[in-house]
Ligand binder design. Structure first.
Ligand code: SF4
Ligand SMILES: [Zn+2]
Length: 319
């Protein structure tokens, strides 16, 4: 099998890893698996390149992927996160038979909590009940921004804040948990606009989400964001902006600074990126933002100046 065939093998998960995460206010051992499905049915968001990971996986293939991921499980693991780079509750992506079998096997394995991702349109009473009848479940939704104009026109997400609210209230009404993903920094916004939008979105989403997860935009392949980045029209967020959002948002709020310090990922000057990424990871477990005040670097002034100048640049990013 060639490497590219291996990458598209419908019987292999995209990736699997173990981590210590903040779950229900305390650290817990988690197993995360990204299952390779046919991909997200929406597939239009301007920053999303997940379509490149898809393969036409059948129900049997998905159970084989799940079992191979569970080989990394051990008795300390209490939380399993199943991501599909799409919607676990969409039966075109995750056939109902495979979903029910996976839920049953997780329950039998004694897993306490499951976290899945889904778009809000697939959240309905039957789907929610199906999960909750097997184990405690958190439904993670990519709200990205609480601002409908930003979500609709800059991210092209295809649903309204009210759709997220409806899904969240349904989940809560049935006894499940909700996680809202927010995006720092959608294309077409200045650094300051993006930062302020993430903070106001966290405040608006808070009543409907048990936990907020801040995603720092990465430049993924074959996306609108990548085309803009190649032309110098997009810069991923500064890590200083991420600290500001984490400091100013109502908790609990977590953030995995994926790709921090790389050109395609959130970055500062290159000198301080590792220290800031480490502080962000620590904050996940402690929820204590005070150590952020001890972080210093010469580039902080440049970041502040850039935000002032960008306000006057009529939408041109100053990278
Ligand atoms: S961000 Fe989510 S909803 Fe948007 S295309 Fe990607 S997987 Fe689909
Ligand atoms: Zn720096």
């Amino acid at each position: 099998m060639t490497r590219s065939e291996e990458r598209r093998d419908p019987r292999r998960p995209v990736s699997v890893w173990r981590s210590q995460d903040l779950v229900d206010g305390r650290p817990a051992q988690a197993l995360t698996m990204i299952l390779r499905t046919v991909g997200c049915r929406w597939n239009r968001c301007t920053m999303c390149g997940y379509a490149g990971e898809g393969a036409p996986a059948s129900a049997d293939d998905l159970i084989i992927q799940f079992e191979s991921a569970m080989e990394k499980c051990s008795p300390e693991v209490t939380v399993v996160k199943i991501y599909t780079s799409g919607s676990f509750l969409d039966s075109e992506e995750m056939p109902a038979g495979a979903r029910i079998e996976i839920l049953r096997r997780l329950e039998n394995a004694g897993i306490e909590k499951l976290i899945i991702e889904t778009r809000p349109e697939y959240v309905n009473p039957d789907a929610v009940e199906e999960c909750l009848s097997h184990l405690q479940t958190e439904f993670a939704m990519g709200l990205e921004s609480a601002n409908d104009l930003i979500r609709e026109h800059l991210i092209r997400k295809g649903f309204l804040f009210q759709d997220f609210v409806r899904a969240s209230e349904m989940v809560h009404g049935q006894g499940g948990g909700v996680k809202a993903y927010l995006l720092l920094k959608p294309p077409f916004l200045t650094e300051g606009q993006a930062m302020r939008d993430a903070i106001s979105s966290a405040r608006a989403a808070r009543p409907y989400a048990d936990i907020i997860s801040l995603n720092l935009c990465n430049v993924q392949r074959n996306t609108v964001v990548e085309r803009m980045w190649e032309k110098g029209e997009y810069r991923p967020p500064w890590l200083w902006s991420a600290l500001e959002v984490l400091k100013s948002s109502p908790g609990p709020i977590i953030c995995d600074p994926v790709g921090a310090g790389t050109r395609r990922g959130p970055h500062n000057c290159g000198q301080c990126d590792a220290a800031l990424a480490e502080a962000i990871r620590k904050h996940d477990l402690t929820q204590d933002a005070r150590p952020f005040d001890d972080l210093h670097c010469q580039c902080k002034e440049a970041w502040q100046k850039l935000m002032e100048l960008e306000e006057q640049s009529f939408g041109t990013p100053l990278c």
